[in-house]
Ligand binder design. Structure first.
Ligand code: HEC
Ligand code: HEC
Ligand code: HEC
Length: 376
């Protein structure tokens, strides 16, 4: 019988080799994360650099040079950066935020940028994180003057001037009643309303801040103060009246028209009163066309333009991120109808997103009227 072969030396060497391999491998494993980081940070620095240029050309107009926010919210807020994953930023930037002026930037969504460019923008925004200031969302103290403006626009029609009451609703500016209940009671009453008794539920219409403003107005009344609303432009009154008329709400329409006539000059006031008479005689369609004739389209256009277009084209149409609209060949070559449909659809592959669900066609006509003035 052969003696048992002695494997010990092989086993030992084998074991030694395994150990060596393991050791090397271990070192490798231990080193791996930092190796990845080195590669990543080189890539990242590249991405941040590319993102900075894209940001400067396309985002500064609305989010500010250091992400401090302008027409768009602040992006260099430590809270936002902490709460928002890269993936979320990526998809927000790629698809835009429908219903707002935040355009879609990704090509998949009709915008100008590839996914790689969107990733670079995310890297750039992320790079603010280590030094991002804590931007506490502005907590605006309740303001009775703002409250009076809201009151004049939404409560006045039923509760009357200065809350004196009308046949439609009781007086609110009633000292005994005001002293009987506190701010909390008023806040709840206004939010919930009493729908069965004709008091609308304002909690679904006004923001909590707006309700606080109105409660601040009531609190001022409780102290015997008289608060005048901030001035509302005549154009605003007239366009509110037009809106009300189109909803067949004659009472509201008359209210806004009266407000407009009280601050208009004599000849304009006379025309406004003529519209009121037509409404009272129930000639609503005639009233509507007379009212439209009173509304300067360019003024109405300016309001819309300021909030929707000025962030990219500047208030005076001189251009910025968006093209210059003054003496513009494209505008001159198109009919009003064509321009309206252009604004509704936008231009694929650019930051000029369509305004399909944001502005109505009959309102856009006014924006077009404003752009026409710029063609002379
Ligand atoms: C025309 C103005 C405008 C431009 C240009 C614009 N944004 Fe915005 N952006 C907005 C507005 C407005 C919002 C907020 C929308 C909302 O939710 O009400 C927003 C929101 C965002 C948000 C989400 C922030 C949050 O608080 O959730 C990100 C991220 C963002 N924008 C990134 C960008 C980047 C990157 C660019 C440039 C490629 C850009 N935006 C260009 C107006 C703009
Ligand atoms: C469409 C008409 C209408 C409008 C607009 C309206 N209200 Fe009223 N409101 C009423 C009626 C009617 C009542 C009385 C309900 C009842 O009989 O209990 C009332 C009751 C109230 C009460 C309770 C008064 C009390 O002493 O019991 C408050 C507070 C109030 N309204 C605040 C407001 C505010 C603030 C607004 C504007 C944001 C507003 N209302 C707009 C019709 C209206
Ligand atoms: C997010 C930025 C942005 C907003 C907001 C925006 N635009 Fe533009 N707009 C652009 C850009 C960018 C172009 C140029 C697209 C291109 O490269 O062809 C453009 C092009 C146009 C043009 C065509 C000009 C030409 O010479 O080809 C018109 C007209 C126009 N915009 C009107 C408007 C109006 C009206 C609004 C508001 C309702 C508006 N834009 C809102 C960015 C914007």
């Amino acid at each position: 019988m052969r003696s048992r072969e002695n494997y010990t030396p092989f086993v030992t060497t084998g074991f030694g080799l395994t150990l060596a391999i393991l050791l090397v491998f271990q070192v490798y494993i231990v080193r791996e994360p930092s190796r990845i980081q080195v590669v990543e940070s080189a890539d990242r620095a590249e991405a941040v650099k590319a993102g900075r240029d894209l940001y400067a050309d396309n985002c500064v107009a609305c989010h500010g040079a250091t992400g401090e926010g302008k027409a768009g919210p602040a992006l260099n807020s430590s809270e936002l950066l902490k709460m928002t994953a890269d993936q979320t930023f990526f998809s927000l930037i790629r698809s835009g935020i429908p219903g707002t002026v935040m355009p879609a930037w990704g090509q998949t969504f009709g915008g100008p940028f590839t996914d790689e460019q969107v990733t670079q923008l995310v890297a750039f925004v992320r790079a603010w994180e280590p030094t991002a200031p804590q931007i506490i969302p502005v907590v605006i103290a309740p303001d009775p003057v703002r409250g009076a403006t809201i009151f004049a626009n939404t409560c006045f029609t039923c509760h009357g001037e200065n809350g004196k009451g009308t046949t439609r609703a009781p007086a609110l500016n009633d000292l005994t009643r005001l002293k009987e209940f506190d701010d909390l009671w008023y806040r709840n009453t206004i939010s919930r309303g009493r729908p069965a008794k004709g008091m609308p539920t304002w909690g679904t219409v006004l923001s909590p801040m707006q309700i606080n403003d109105v409660v601040a107005l009531l609190a001022a009344w409780r102290q015997g103060q008289t608060i005048a609303p901030a001035a509302v432009s005549n154009t605003k009154h007239l366009s509110n009246a037009l809106f009300a008329l189109r909803q067949f709400d004659s009472l509201d329409a008359v209210f806004y028209l009266s407000a407009a006539s009280s601050q208009a000059d004599a000849s304009k006031a006379k025309e406004i009163r003529a519209v009121i008479d037509l409404i009272k005689a129930n000639h609503l369609f005639e009233a509507e066309s007379r009212l439209i004739a009173l509304l300067p389209p360019t003024e109405m256009g300016k309001e819309l333009y300021e909030s929707n277009c000025a962030p990219c084209h500047e208030s005076d149409g001189s251009g910025g991120l968006g093209k210059r609209l003054l003496n513009n060949k494209f505008i001159q070559s198109k009919s009003d109808k064509e321009l309206v449909s252009f604004i509704l659809t936008g231009r694929k592959g650019t930051a000029m997103n369509g305004f399909q669900n944001i502005i109505g066609e009959d309102e856009l006509i006014n924006v077009v009227a404003l752009m026409r003035v710029w063609q002379k």
